[in-house]
Ligand binder design. Structure first.
Ligand SMILES: Nc1ncnc2c1ncn2[C@@H]1O[C@H](COP(=O)(O)OP(=O)(O)OP(=O)(O)O)[C@@H](O)[C@H]1O
Ligand SMILES: *[C@@H]1O[C@H](CO)[C@@H](O)[C@H](O)[C@H]1NC(C)=O
Ligand SMILES: [Mg+2]
Length: 315
């Protein structure tokens, strides 16, 4: 009996670190502050002035002056309005790897204290979440219930829909009422919610327009939202139908070699390497492929695939 006790204590002391380590994790978990639906947890970078978002867009999102401007102004205006008439709906368009997901992450990071881990941020991907056309009605009512439930819990909920161009029109129809000018639907107000739609649709329209403006001797930075929005909103017509629920159609311009160089520099730092501009320029021609015969050297995968491929090209 005593021997067993001694043994138990011995094992116990040897394992004390583990034991108290676990205990500490558990304790941290139960005492960690919960996330609440209030200004302490949901506000544009603490003060509502958008300085953090502005800085992040400027620092991390390359070559997207239109998207950066529109996002910043839309977010600042909406988050500082105590009585918005409708939810904020932004539709991001552009080729793959041009920064749509990155931009949505920067928005989330600067509004929700818990960032992407916030329980008030809801992410859907049409291909993963709503894959079967035969189940449209099921998806639709499920999604309606989720949106209703979450907005009832927290008016400032955010919903991000990726691969919007692959979403079944029936599902889009089902969620449109939440984005429109309704004071309340079934007693719930959706006016403080934010909806972000991401899609590759319009990528070609945007590329054509940038090319036309470039050929007319304009600089990339001179391109304005107005130059592209008409074309994009006619595309939006196809997605969202007649009712105008989208506040801004935001173009993400195709990325050029200079932006690939910037993305390579970011990855060099991420890999713990010394950022080397000359080397980045040198490999920028090989690490991604460019649209053939395109004088502007538009990258086909945008800044995608750089992370995975960099090590090889650094050898
Ligand atoms: N404009 C950009 N500025 C800085 N980094 C970028 C930019 N575009 C893409 N990247 C980087 O490239 C990778 C892919 O970008 P992201 O996921 O945002 O592309 P996307 O536009 O959402 O593409 P897809 O349409 O395929 O979803 C990320 O690592 C991101 O940081
Ligand atoms: C909120 O949305 C999530 C999906 O992101 C869903 O699983 C959950 O059930 C919803 N909550 C309510 C209360 O409807
Ligand atoms: Mg994406």
């Amino acid at each position: 009996m005593q021997l067993a006790l001694l043994l138990f204590l011995l094992v116990g002391t040897c394992r004390a670190d583990y034991f108290f380590g676990d205990l500490k994790d558990w304790f941290d978990k139960i005492t960690a502050p919960n996330e609440y639906c209030n200004r302490e947890w949901i506000t544009l970078d603490g003060k509502g002035y958008g300085k953090g978002l502005e800085a992040d867009l400027g620092r991390y999102l390359f070559g997207q002056h239109i998207a950066s401007d529109v996002i910043l102004n839309a977010m600042t205006g909406f988050m500082n309005n105590d009585n918005p008439k409708k939810s904020l709906v932004l539709s991001f368009h552009g080729r793959a790897g041009t920064g749509k997901s990155l931009a949505s992450q920067l928005i989330v990071k600067n509004i929700f204290k818990k960032g992407m881990d916030s329980r008030f941020v809801h992410f859907f991907d049409s291909i993963i979440n709503f894959p079967h056309a035969s189940l449209v009605e099921t998806y639709k009512s499920q999604l309606q219930n989720w949106i209703r439930g979450n907005v009832t819990n927290c008016a400032h909920s955010m919903f991000i829909f990726d691969e919007m161009d692959k979403m079944h029109p029936g599902i889009i129809d089902g969620i449109k009422p939440f984005m429109d000018y309704h004071y309340k639907l079934d007693g719930v107000s959706y006016q403080k919610a934010i909806f972000l739609f991401l899609s590759n649709g319009g990528g070609e329209i945007i590329r054509e327009s940038t090319l036309v403006s470039w050929k007319a001797g304009k600089k990339r930075e001179e391109l304005k939202l107005e130059d592209l929005e008409t074309a994009l909103s006619s595309l939006g017509f196809v997605y969202y139908g007649e009712s105008i629920v989208v506040d801004f159609f935001i173009p993400f311009l195709p990325l050029e070699r200079q932006h690939i160089v910037q993305c390579i520099m970011v990855e060099m730092v991420a890999m713990g390497l010394q950022p080397d501009h000359n080397k980045a320029c040198e490999i920028s021609d090989k690490i991604v492929n460019y649209i053939p015969d395109d004088e502007r050297r538009i990258s086909v995968p945008g800044c995608k695939r750089i992370a995975g491929r960099l090590w090889h090209f650094m050898q």
